[in-house]
Design a protein around this ligand. Structure first.
Ligand code: UDP
Length: 336
């Protein structure tokens, strides 16, 4: 039997798209998820070990009972605002969860780890696009916790020869172009799903968080990257480790290298849906840098990654397809 790839948080948004990408390559996958935020329906039949990554004994028994060849870790808290008001939740979930996995990997002799990191580890660099050589100075607990995880990965690589790759995402967006998976958070805080819900009339309006930023239209600029392109990057990172092309601790940005403002996202959604997106302008959201755009030159060069979805219309288009077909999301919360 081939070794399994353990996908922790594989029932969540980015995790489930990566599980699909791995299975489409014929890889054996085992999802570790407690379904507290993720969706059973998003597994598309992939095997599940229902366990809490924060419970060391539960994680250890998954490693004891299965032949795991590599781990991909997506299970984390990811809201900047909440991390400021409840830092303990973030240190516990993000740092302890990653530590449990690394410890179990060390015990079981599993040597390959791919980690969901974030552009929030950079904080607010003075120039854009952000490249990997810029200093990491997070400005919120969310970014701090992810940076601590990267440090642990570096140290486990040095001490135990545990190879790892941190992928520092910009703004994950869109949905499986085949319409099988989408984005369904409760509560939803991310811009594109909220814009689409406003277009559907499921929200009275979207609130634009500030239009007095020093940007071309006054609204925040972000680098939106398609979730399927992110998933592909995880597969490439794993293959690079397996083929000996990536060893020790490696790190890569994952963005589209182009910035889109909040108003531009709204206009793209109006074009894609053919509907008006009602919105009001509200106050700035605490902790939002005006512009975050990333260079992905390093991963393109070293791992041969190529994003398939370059334009915001394409990205929003795939998200719309899923939202239009699933107006209530996965609707599996009661059963999970
Ligand atoms: N945003 C907004 N209204 C909302 C949600 C988000 O104007 O209801 C803005 C937010 O200020 C940021 C951008 O949309 O500039 C993307 O926010 P999101 O929460 O999707 O991702 P983040 O950048 O926080 O990871």
């Amino acid at each position: 039997m081939a070794e399994m790839i353990l996908v922790v948080g594989g029932a969540g948004y980015i995790g489930s798209h990566t599980v699909l990408a791995l299975r489409e390559r014929g890889r054996r996958v085992l999802v570790l998820d407690d379904l507290s935020e993720g969706h059973r329906a998003a597994l598309l039949g992939a095997p599940l070990a229902r366990a809490d990554v924060l419970d060391l004994e539960q994680v250890r028994s998954v490693f004891q009972w299965h032949r795991i060849g590599a781990v991909m870790h997506f299970a984390a808290r990811c809201y900047v605002g909440e991390s400021v008001t409840h830092p303990g939740r973030y240190y516990r979930a993000n740092v302890l969860g990653t530590l449990n996995l690394l410890e179990c990997m060390r015990e079981a002799g599993v040597k390959r780890f791919v980690f969901s990191s974030t552009c929030a580890t950079y904080g607010e660099p003075e120039s854009m696009p952000i490249v990997e050589t810029m200093p990491q100075r997070p400005v919120n607990p969310y970014g701090e916790t992810k940076l601590v995880c990267e440090r642990m990965m570096r140290d486990f690589a040095r001490a135990h020869g545990l190879d790892s790759v941190a992928l520092r995402y910009f703004n994950a967006a869109g949905a499986d172009p085949g319409g099988r998976l989408g984005e369904d958070h409760e509560p939803e805080t991310h811009l594109i799903p909220l814009v689409l819900q406003a277009a559907q009339g499921r929200r009275p309006h979207l609130t634009v968080f500030g239009n007095d930023y020093p940007t071309r239209d006054g609204t925040c600029i972000r680098d939106y990257i398609h979730v399927t392109d992110l998933a592909e990057a995880h597969v490439l990172a794993l293959e690079a480790m397996e083929q000996g092309r990536a060893g020790g601790f490696q790190f890569f940005n994952l963005g589209n290298q182009s910035g889109t403002s909040v108003l531009e996202v709204i206009h793209a959604a109006e074009k894609v849906t053919g509907r008006k997106v009602p919105y009001v302008v509200g106050a700035r959201r605490a902790g939002d840098p005006p512009v975050l755009v990333g260079s992905s030159a390093k991963i393109q060069e070293q791992l041969g990654w190529r994003p398939r979805f370059g334009s915001i219309e394409e990205i929003v288009g795939t998200a719309w397809r899923w939202h239009a077909a699933h107006p209530g999301g996965y609707q599996d919360r009661q059963t999970s």
